[in-house]
Design a protein around this ligand. Structure first.
Ligand code: FES
Ligand SMILES: [Fe+2]
Length: 328
């Protein structure tokens, strides 16, 4: 059988998008190296506390800056200790002695960074927009918890396809959401739900982690390229009237390796520990990871290469828009 590859990482338009590369707490008093779209970057906090990002390659002899250290908000190369401030300016070349001129080519070219929702987002090129807006993040009645970064051996394209898919719930999530979930997926209407997300709304009866049968009003929606948001409003059960938001983020390390993280907001469960707060969604993520890591390669972007049915409407629309983005 023909094995298709649909490399997307090398497409220049991918460099105009935002990706989650770290949990904000991962960038503290040491440099952090990350790989995005096959390219290495170094992250550190400048003297004002803001995260800076640059290619992980010293302009002097290309040593990995992520192996160096941070001193007073400056990144210090491990090889000859050239030193760079939070704006990327080279401020010290020890071998030249104090006061000697520093060539302007010694400055680092910073990549665009945003710290949002407890996550560090990086855009390697000129940003085409901003990371997606989550209004609940500004609402003090919501508690926000980040899950930490994992590496999955699966293409980001397959992850988003999975995050848009509910038809696998009774099978892949038999151990969490439960095997009794109705396998029939209702016809859905996919539309722009707001300025940042395309998806659909639906009502579902589920068995929650507390053992209750609960009616939930939900929406599942994507933001190009690799972010999916799931909103839940409880319409029955002990959490009636409460809301939660789950932001699922996939980041292509390369075409077939990805970072996974999620952020959870709830206007309830304020008394839980962070582990308790995350436990159910973590378990769901682990079930998806096991399934997805069995599937090799990139999701074919040619829709005719795989068979889709009614329940796949959202993932088909994501794939259509993603393919259109790549064709820009
Ligand atoms: S390689 Fe970085 S200072 Fe020489
Ligand atoms: Fe899943």
């Amino acid at each position: 059988m023909e094995h298709r590859t649909d490399s997307f990482c090398a497409n220049p338009v991918m460099r105009t998008q935002w990706y989650v590369v770290a949990d904000a707490t991962d960038v503290s008093d040491a440099p952090l190296g990350v790989t995005l779209l096959g390219e290495r970057f170094v992250l550190w906090r400048g003297s004002n506390g803001d995260v800076a990002a640059a290619p992980d390659r010293c302009p002097h002899r290309e040593a990995p800056l992520s192996e160096g250290r941070v001193a007073d908000g400056c990144l210090v190369c491990p090889y000859h200790a050239w030193t760079f401030d939070g704006d990327g300016a080279c401020v010290a070349v020890p071998s030249s002695g104090p006061g000697a001129p520093i060539p302007s080519a010694a400055n680092l070219a910073l990549a665009a960074v945003r710290e949002r929702y407890g996550l560090v987002w990086l855009c390697p090129g000129t940003p085409a927009g901003e990371p997606p807006e989550i209004p609940q993040d500004r609402d003090p009645s919501f508690r926000r918890v980040t899950a930490g970064i994992e590496t999955w051996h699966v293409s980001a394209t397959r992850m988003v396809d999975n995050f848009c898919d509910v038809a696998h719930f009774p099978y892949v999530h038999a151990g969490t959401i439960g095997p009794d979930t109705d396998p029939v997926v209702a016809a859905v209407h996919v539309e722009a739900l707001d300025a940042d997300f395309t998806g659909y709304q639906y009502t579902v009866d589920v068995h929650d982690e507390l053992g209750n049968d609960v009616r939930q009003r939900m929406s599942t929606a994507f933001h190009l390229p690799f972010v999916v948001r799931s909103n839940t409003q409880y319409e029955s059960g002990p959490r009636t009237g409460h809301d939660r938001v789950l932001l699922l983020c996939a980041t292509p390390v390369d075409d077939v390796t990805s970072l996974f993280t999620f952020v959870s907001w709830r206007n309830h469960d304020h008394d839980l520990s962070t582990d308790e707060f995350l436990a159910f969604d973590r378990a769901i993520g682990a079930e998806d990871q096991v399934m997805l890591e069995r599937i090799a390669g990139v999701l074919p972007l040619d829709q005719s290469a795989t068979v889709s049915v009614r329940a796949d409407r959202l993932s088909v629309e994501w794939r259509r828009q993603f393919a259109a983005l790549l064709a820009c």
